[in-house]
Ligand binder design. Structure first.
Ligand code: LLP
Length: 421
């Protein structure tokens, strides 16, 4: 994606002036480069095509979803992961083919299971032994299931949002025998068809090592236990660049490494390679999104710090306070040199409401200026809240110099719509 200043000194995204967007539609607002989202999806497709393996790519809708996003996923030929009744509802309302929906979750409610079955989703990802009985009870027809394995693999670094380690609420542990028990239970059921297995080792993972190590372990386990599957789903978790020094997962080389490793592990073990699935979220939308804010109060505490406050905060940007995540900010309406280190703060009522602790900004920044926070396309809108009765921001897709509204800003009325009088 190209983010650069034009001749008028205005920051642009894919050629569109972000100052114009902010002035026309208000702030806070999240803007996506639509072409960039499509490019990421196509890169995964191309990389897998080169491997010669049967594959499917599904977008993890938890990263960012809305009707127009789902339509885009459908247009680009990806499948879709959902983890709740709400995500399933959104996907179906957008007209997405239910056969290409996968239903995840470590505690699917009885109602969710019934909804997934009625909607005839492509498969349900089993995350507990109990769930097998529940699905069996409610299914009236044969239903495809995929067992989520807990491989007991740690993605090595504390920054990762780990999910594959032994002590985890997710999946059925291979090491502790839950996975094999799950397979037996599914096979004993008349209505459940074991389509495949799934694992997901974590999020924002830069290399391919954890995924390859896990694939090896899983293939060996399948082989040892004589389990035939049509699908191995490797999960998501491919990294993106938030700040200088971060590495965007190199899709072409990375997928080549993973698929070549799978081919050679399968050869070594004499295991027929089934369809290979992945489910990226962050790497599809993360870098394609930017949040635009307007600067309000600027407070300088002599010899201590300078706080530049913006008109949003942890209600639309929770990742800094929640994960100590790092971001970069750019001044939108002038191309001045970033010659100062400041703290960009939100407007919500707690000290932890920080967007960037040590942001490099021009010292000329003043009230009424616009700031762009980069790489906010994943887990920002989807994790937004109404804390302090803040309204959720609007969202636009930018393409060919035009801004298309895909989510309207939440209205004040919507904040009290469910309140009783
Ligand atoms: N598949 C499964 C089973 C997952 O649990 C996740 C993410 C994904 C795929 C997609 O992972 P991705 O490619 O987006 O990394 N709120 C956190 C991230 C939580 C990820 C949860 N699961 C954040 O803002 O960093």
């Amino acid at each position: 994606m190209v983010i650069e200043y034009n001749n008028n000194g205005e920051l642009t995204m894919g050629g569109t002036s972000l100052k114009t967007v902010a002035q026309s539609f208000g702030t806070p607002t999240i803007v996506y480069d639509e072409t960039q989202i499509r490019t990421q999806m196509r890169r995964f497709h191309e990389a897998f095509k080169k491997s010669g393996l049967n594959y499917n790519i599904s977008y993890a809708s938890k990263a960012f979803t809305c009707l127009q996003m789902v339509k885009l996923v459908q247009e680009e030929g990806l499948e879709l992961d959902v983890v709740s009744e709400g995500e399933l509802y959104t996907t179906l309302e957008a007209g997405f083919d239910p056969q290409h929906i996968h239903f995840h979750g470590n505690n699917k409610t009885k109602h969710e299971i019934q909804y997934a079955l009625e909607s005839k989703v492509g498969y349900i990802v089993i995350d507990s032994l109990e769930e097998i009985d529940l699905i069996d009870r409610y299914a009236s027809d044969v239903v495809n299931v995929v067992i989520r394995l807990n491989p007991g693999v740690e993605a090595h670094t504390h920054e990762f949002i780990q999910t594959g380690q032994e002590d985890s609420k997710f999946g059925l542990s291979i090491k502790h025998g839950l996975a094999i028990e799950g397979v037996r239970k599914v096979k004993n059921s008349k209505r459940l068809n074991l389509k495949g297995v799934h694992f997901h080792v974590g999020s924002q993972i830069e290399g391919t090592e954890a995924m390859i190590e896990t694939a090896r372990l899983v293939i060996q386990w399948l082989k040892e236990n004589d389990i035939e599957v049509e699908l191995i789903n490797l999960g998501g978790g491919f990294s993106i660049k938030y700040v200088e020094g971060d590495v965007s997962f190199p899709i072409e080389d990375g997928i080549a490494e993973i698929t070549e490793a799978i081919i050679s592990i399968a050869k070594e073990t004499g295991f027929p390679i089934p369809e290979i699935g992945i489910e990226p979220g962050r790497s599809i939308v993360g870098e394609a999104g930017i949040t635009l804010y307007e600067v309000g109060t600027i407070k300088t505490i002599p010899n201590v710090n300078k706080y530049v406050s913006i008109d949003g905060g942890m209600s639309d940007h929770i990742r800094t306070s929640l994960y100590d995540a790092q971001y970069e900010a750019l001044l939108v309406n002038r191309n001045d040199q970033a010659d100062e280190t400041v703290t960009i703060a939100g407007k919500l009522c707690e000290s932890g409401d920080i967007i960037i602790k040590d942001a490099k900004l021009p010292s000329t920044v003043k009230r009424g200026d616009y700031l762009a926070i980069l790489s906010t396309g994943a887990y920002h809108y989807s994790m937004a809240s109404n804390y302090n009765q803040m309204q959720k921001p609007s969202v636009f897709f930018l393409k060919d110099g035009k801004a298309r509204e895909v989510i309207k800003r939440q209205s004040l009325r919507q904040l009290i719509i469910n309140d009783t009088k």
